[in-house]
Structure formats: structure tokens, C-alpha cells
Design a protein around this ligand. Structure first.
Ligand code: DX5
Ligand code: ZN
Length: 216
């Protein structure tokens, strides 16, 4: 497996009164995309932001925007997120709706589609869709908040999906830092999503390089 490693930076716990600076920090650090955590307070405990805020974010950065929908009814809102400039939509297999319809809708609007699995959802649930989607996102914490502790039991799930599909993008989200990164990379993940590790590092560019597997 020789897929390029991408780092997608979440802004969930950042100061939204200085969003421009936050986005500039991500660009300067070498982040490949911005990971937008959308929470409705129903699917997961916490509320964040939606398309109105993303419309503003779109004007503040040239980086691709990826929406991680942690909402009960994703299908209703796909167009809203794609229309404000999200080029990739991640939806949870645990949310409501028909996955095939959701995948088709996302692709018909020319965005990429990723399916997300919570830590206790098995790899088997996503295998029927692997040929139809662009990526699988493995949650390494339960959805809701940045800064939670990595759940190591998810590693075997990453390995299993990588074995089935050498080509698909496998993203990991939650609790990724300098201690957990090697295990997810070795298991076959190639899209690394992180918030607190990067923003709590003094040298953010170095932190991004570390998440790409570079040891300095
Ligand atoms: C959790 C979010 C994650 C979170 C990652 O619900 O989906 O994207 O912001 O934050 P860290 O890297 O701090 O675990
Ligand atoms: Zn996320």
C-alpha cells in the first residue's frame, strides 16, 4: 500500500471569532484540507455550525472543505453543504436514511462521498458499499467533541478494510496524536483527521509532518 498521506484539520474546538487566523494556520502548517464537524445535538451530544458558517469559511481559505455530518437525517441537507463549497461529504452509516440513495445524491452533485463508522460499528457493515464510495472514515472516538482519547480497538477494523480494498481512502478521526499516529498508519489509514494535537503543538507544521509519518 503506497497511498499518499493527507492531513485534514478539524476546527471544532477553535476560536470562531478568529476563524480567518485559524484557517491561515492550517494552510501555513501544510494541512491538505479543512475538516468541518457538523453536529445537530441529536445524533451526537454537541451542537456546532452549519452551511451559513461554511459559506463564510469558503471565502477565507483555498483549501478543500470536507463536511463530516454527525446529524440524524443527512440526506435532507446534502445539497446545502455541497452548494456552499464542500467537495467531500462524510455521512454516518448509523444515521437515518438509505445509504445507496445518499451515495448517489452526493455523487450526482459532483462531490466525493465517504461513509463513517462509529467505534462499535463493524467493518462488515460498509463492505457492500466499498465499490461505490471514495472513502471510509473510521471514528477512533465517539462523535461529539475534540480532545477525546483514542480507542485502540478500532485498529483491527482499519486493517480489515485495507485488506479488502487496497485502493480506497481510509480516514481516521479522533484522538490522533504523536502517540497514536504510527498505529493507524501501520494499519492502513491514509487520511489523518486531527484537531487538538495540531493546535496544541508549538510547531504546527512539524505536527502535520508527524501525522504524515515523518519523524524529525
Ligand atoms: C469528533 C470530531 C473530530 C474531532 C477531532 O466528533 O468528529 O473531528 O474534532 O478532534 P481531536 O483530533 O482533538 O480528537
Ligand atoms: Zn470529525
Amino acid at each position: 500500500m503506497n497511498k499518499e498521506i493527507q492531513v485534514s484539520v478539524s476546527i471544532l474546538a477553535e476560536d470562531f471569532s478568529i476563524l480567518g487566523e485559524v484557517l491561515k494556520t492550517i494552510e501555513d502548517a501544510g494541512g491538505d484540507s479543512v475538516h468541518l464537524d457538523i453536529l445537530d445535538g441529536v445524533f451526537a451530544p454537541n451542537l456546532s455550525f452549519g452551511p451559513v458558517v461554511i459559506k463564510g469559511i469558503r471565502k477565507l481559505t483555498h483549501l478543500p472543505l470536507h463536511a463530516h455530518l454527525m446529524i440524524q437525517y443527512p440526506e435532507k441537507y446534502l445539497a446545502d453543504y455541497i452548494n456552499v463549497g464542500c467537495s467531500q461529504i462524510y455521512f454516518h452509516l448509523e444515521s437515518e436514511g438509505n445509504p445507496e440513495n445518499i451515495i448517489n445524491k452526493i455523487h450526482s452533485m459532483k462531490a466525493k462521498c465517504g461513509i463513517v463508522l462509529n467505534p462499535d460499528t463493524s467493518a462488515d457493515t460498509v463492505t457492500p458499499y466499498l465499490e461505490k464510495i471514495d472513502s471510509v472514515l473510521i471514528m477512533c472516538v465517539y462523535p461529539g467533541f475534540s480532545g477525546q482519547k483514542f480507542i485502540p480497538e478500532v485498529l483491527s477494523k482499519i486493517e480489515k478494510i485495507r485488506e479488502i480494498s487496497p485502493k480506497i481512502d481510509i480516514a481516521v478521526d479522533g484522538g490522533i496524536n504523536d502517540e497514536t499516529i504510527d498505529s493507524v498508519l501501520n494499519s492502513g489509514a491514509n487520511v489523518i483527521i486531527a484537531n487538538s494535537y495540531i493546535f496544541s503543538s508549538k510547531d504546527r507544521a512539524k505536527a502535520v509532518r508527524r501525522l504524515k509519518g515523518i519523524n524529525e
